[in-house]
Write a protein that binds this ligand. Sequence first.
Ligand code: DX5
Ligand code: ZN
Length: 223
Amino acid sequence: MKRLSLFRHYMKIKIAPSLLAADSSRLADEVKSVESLGIDFLHIDVMDGHFVPNISIGPAIIKDLRAHTDLPFEAHLMIKQPLKYIERFVEAGAGMITLHIETISASDFRKQARSLHKRGLSLAVALNPGTPAAKIKALCDSADMVLLMTVHPGFGGQKFMYEVVPKIAEVRSFYKGDIAVDGGINDKNAKAAVKAGANVLACGSYIFKAKDKKKAIEKLRNA
Ligand code: DX5
Ligand code: ZN
């Protein structure tokens, strides 16, 4: 336990603005507006209207955005049949693919991890608020990040679910890599999430709707 808390203390906080909260009519400008603010990567929400009741960005837009920034892209796939589309997002320029454990078997997840790792790409596993941590315990050694949804996926601008906080601590007790929280993050609840063991903050509205994005990012980083 002692070693774990030391480890936690030194983990770098990473900030990943979620494009879902950006103005979709001028995405390239929105990306540029956060690029120089010391963020770590862009979190791009992909929704198919089946796994979640909303539709968002697809590979064509990601591909076009790729030409406007050097920031790494994480494609958070909230889609019912991720296996069918992973390659499309890789081709579009995503360096990390995030798959929901509710949409894929453990053996397929491992297979995808091997395939992506061979090409220098990363694979993360995401869990809905109601999915227990135990679901990923056996496979998280092949994941480059665990992403815990702190809202029910589908929409930006929802309220952070504090009831997920104990699950962050539970995952941290068996997973030493990056733990991301996604949904409703602001400077206040980020503190609780980081204290419980999260070190990646995927954050949409709090950054893109802020009057001063730089300040918002600094406040998150100080969580
Ligand atoms: C929700 C998405 C989140 C969300 C974050 O389905 O996965 O990434 O857009 O946006 P905020 O921070 O506004 O909740
Ligand atoms: Zn997301």
